[in-house]
Design a protein around this ligand. Structure first.
Ligand code: GTP
Ligand code: MG
Length: 305
């Protein structure tokens, strides 16, 4: 009875208590909060990166040097983020990192940096966990992964292009190294230390040569997703069943360092609506889900498009 009475009292008193709080002597602590509105007219990059993924990938027995399931899970989480935050005009991911580029005129959360960064990071992280079982069906998630994040502002179009080029060049350098390193171990029988010594001081051309001469591997023929990473772009494509134009987020694995990419996708820097994209070949599952042709919950193709 006493408990019921005190609960009632708490409910009755709450509005009064709140208004007293607003004027309490503690109110001054609010002034310690820092205004973190980011500069206007700058491209906003939010980059997230897996914490201790060296250990995380070991514990979950990721395939070496690349585990396609892990990369596709990263892409899935990033597509989720991009579909939620409409002002992200392009995203780029490789390994355990993803960069989200918000258009320079965005007014998202009044350009409050910490709001933008933490919402993107938490949605990405929860999506990574949420969709884990879709990609690692037989593998249990052993502990909760986490991602760090940062915000970087780029004032010019050249800066944002160079930023994305930097990340893609990093992908290429790491992938060439990792591919050669793990080939020396898996196919050449070297130990980790021996492989590291063999690659010490080598240039890209040397690594290409080792792969080709010693193992008959032409690096150029490796999968594009490993060599180039993943670019996520909003585009309009033709729905394969209705024939109507539909906007989707496309995962692309192509060069973004050269001018060709920026000429073909000029809407990114011009801040315009998504352009039409002629997709050649079969649409991947990630796009079929967005077109509601593939039901990700039922894990089957829908019969009526
Ligand atoms: N085997 C395997 N490992 C991967 C794959 N993708 C990412 N990783 C691992 O994730 C690491 C990512 O690099 P970093 O971000 O520099 O390393 P980290 O251990 O996450 O360190 P911090 O980011 O500083 O916490 C790589 O070095 C790999 O060990 C993959 O597809 N396969
Ligand atoms: Mg990391």
């Amino acid at each position: 009875m006493l408990k019921v009475f005190s609960t009632l009292l708490t409910h009755i008193e709450r509005p009064l208590y709140t208004s007293i709080m607003a004027k309490s002597k503690f109110e001054y602590v609010k002034s310690f909060e820092i205004e973190d509105k980011v500069l206007p007219n700058c491209w906003i990059v939010v980059r997230i990166d897996g914490q201790h993924f060296h250990k995380f990938s070991d514990k979950h027995k990721f395939e070496k040097p690349n585990d396609i399931r892990a990369l596709k899970l990263m892409n899935k989480a990033a597509i989720r983020v991009m579909s939620e935050f409409k002002d992200i005009s392009i995203s780029y991911g490789q390994s355990d990192e993803y960069s989200f580029v918000l258009r320079k005129d965005t007014q998202l959360y009044n350009r409050r940096g910490s709001k933008i960064m933490t919402y993107i990071n938490s949605l990405f992280t929860s999506s990574y966990v949420y969709y884990w079982k879709e990609y690692f069906e037989d593998k249990k998630l052993l502990y909760p992964p986490s991602f760090d994040s940062r915000i970087v502002l780029y004032p010019t179009d050249e800066n944002i292009r160079d930023y994305l080029s930097w990340r893609q060049a990093d992908c290429h350098i790491n992938n060439l190294y990792n591919t050669t390193f793990w080939t020396l171990i898996q196919k050449g029988g070297l130990t980790n230390v021996e492989a590291e010594q063999r690659l010490c001081g080598t240039f890209s051309s040397d690594k290409n040569e080792i792969l080709f001469t010693d193992f008959g591997i032409n690096y150029n023929n490796e999968d594009e997703i490993y060599k180039k990473g993943t670019i996520l772009l909003k585009k309009r494509i033709t729905h394969p069943r209705s024939g109507k134009k539909r906007q989707v987020i496309l995962p692309l694995h192509e060069d973004l360092i050269g001018n060709k990419f920026w000429a073909l996708n000029s809407e990114i820097l011009d801040i315009k609506s998504p352009e039409f994209y002629e997709w050649n070949g079969d649409l991947p599952k990630e796009i079929l889900i967005q077109l509601h042709i593939y039901d990700e919950n039922d894990e089957k193709m829908e019969s009526n498009g």
